[in-house]
Write a protein that binds this ligand. Structure first.
Ligand code: SF4
Length: 413
């Protein structure tokens, strides 16, 4: 018989969280999910009335940074709310039990919540003859994942390692490390990537599941659109320097001190899709680019191999005078001024032409997950991509191709 774990609101009340803070939390999660305001009452109702989802949290090959990120998520300043969103049934890192007692707890939770529990996977999974590189209680991480996944409702991968292998899977990948979606094919899997993932995105994903009974809509790489639908470059506070051709040329130079664009120092923001500049870290205080370091595209597929060298400049970034010096840019601007109204007319024609050209290449439905132009947010019709109980059943919003295939086209693109 299932035990009553209560609702999120029950758990918060037990911690003396005020109604006002609870409602603020619901509103901020709705905003993070890019839902319209009229969906907030649904979120409130779900968190008031539904049982917190049981979660089994597994670990593989990783640095435990995603645990750290999750337990420190505190937007909006209700620090206790994060763990209260779930009923954590098993976690090798956070649970008090150890040894046989812990293993028994895992077995009991799987039986008690069969078909209903969520699996949160952190870390990559060594496979095949090298599976023994990661063992817990004498069994390989691959064996445990396959067993636990069998009766779960869905799997949430937190961090780049769980999503597609991360650094353990980078060349030459001595342990045969893989992300979950290459191993588990018959369950809904969502990839909250990043190195580490941002804990608030995990909270929002779980709240979405609790409210709508489904994981959020995803791109072709299995990443939720609400947090991976917009390009970092387009939300970056240094973007106006990029557009103006003002670049840091060396660490500590005048441009660096003035907060100019880090593109020439290797910033991968023009090719990375993540809500990092919006959510930020440490209570929303900062993020790497604000702190003066370029984005390393840690939420992009296979970034350890694909986005290195981290300090190497991205080639062929479109739409900007990235190869221009400030002097050259000045000449261009002078020419445009002299051209006056004629330039405006020409520009309009070019703009229309470019718009037309881009239409067939980036139709909204094909943009899901492509590392190109950002698709619009999920919006009010944020159709859940995966519904519990429909494991393995493709839905209209599911990617047309499996993540591993899509990632190849991402690289080629
Ligand atoms: Fe920001 Fe990097 Fe884009 Fe420059 S290249 S505007 S630092 S994201």
């Amino acid at each position: 018989m299932n035990r009553d774990v209560g609702s999120v609101w029950d758990a918060l009340q037990a911690r003396s969280v005020s109604r006002r803070d609870f409602l603020k939390f619901c509103t901020s999660v709705g905003a993070a999910l890019a839902l319209p305001a009229d969906k907030t009452p649904q979120i409130v109702q779900a968190l008031e009335q539904k049982q917190r989802p049981p979660v089994i949290w597994l670990h593989g090959q990783e640095c435990t940074g995603d645990d750290e990120s999750f337990i420190r998520a505190n937007n909006p300043s209700v620090t206790s709310v994060v763990m209260d969103v779930i009923s954590l049934e098993y976690s090798e890192v956070l649970m008090a039990d150890a040894g046989a007692q812990a293993e028994q707890h895992l077995t009991d939770a799987m039986k008690r919540y069969a078909g209903k529990y969520l699996v949160v996977q952190e870390g990559s999974v060594p496979t095949g003859p090298n599976a023994h590189y990661c063992t817990i209680g004498g069994r390989s991480a691959e064996t445990i994942l396959r067993e636990v996944a069998k009766d779960c409702a869905a799997i949430i991968c937190v961090g780049a390692c769980a999503a597609w292998g991360g650094w353990p899977a980078s060349r030459p990948n001595p342990t045969g490390a893989m992300g979950v979606s290459k191993i588990i094919k018959d369950k809904p899997v969502v990839n909250l990537t990043g190195c580490p993932h941002n804990g608030f995105n995990a909270v929002a994903t779980i709240v979405h599941y609790l409210t709508f009974g489904a994981l959020p809509a995803t791109d072709a790489l299995g990443r939720p659109l609400f947090c991976h639908g917009v390009r970092i470059h387009d939300n970056c506070e240094r973007r106006h320097h990029f557009d103006a051709g003002q670049f840091v040329e060396a660490w500590g130079d005048e441009g660096h001190r003035q907060g100019w664009c880090l593109y020439k120092m290797g910033c991968k923001g023009p090719e990375a899709y993540y809500n990092c500049p919006v959510l930020r870290w440490n209570d929303g205080t900062s993020w790497p680019v604000k702190a003066g370091h370029g984005c390393i595209a840690c939420a992009s597929f296979d970034f350890w191999d694909q986005m290195t060298p981290f300090y190497g400049r991205l080639p062929n970034v479109p739409n900007i005078p990235v190869e221009s010096t400030i002097d050259r840019l000045g000449v261009v601007l002078t020419g445009l001024t002299l051209a006056g109204v004629a330039a405006h007319g020409i520009g309009t024609v070019i703009w229309k032409h470019e718009k037309e050209k881009r239409k067939p290449e980036h139709p909204p439905e094909a943009m899901a997950g492509a590392e190109g132009e950002a698709p619009a947010g999920p919006g009010p019709e944020a159709a859940p991509s995966v519904t519990p109980g429909q494991a393995g059943t493709p839905s209209a919003s599911e990617p047309a191709t499996p993540p591993e295939d899509s990632s190849k086209s991402e690289k080629e693109a």
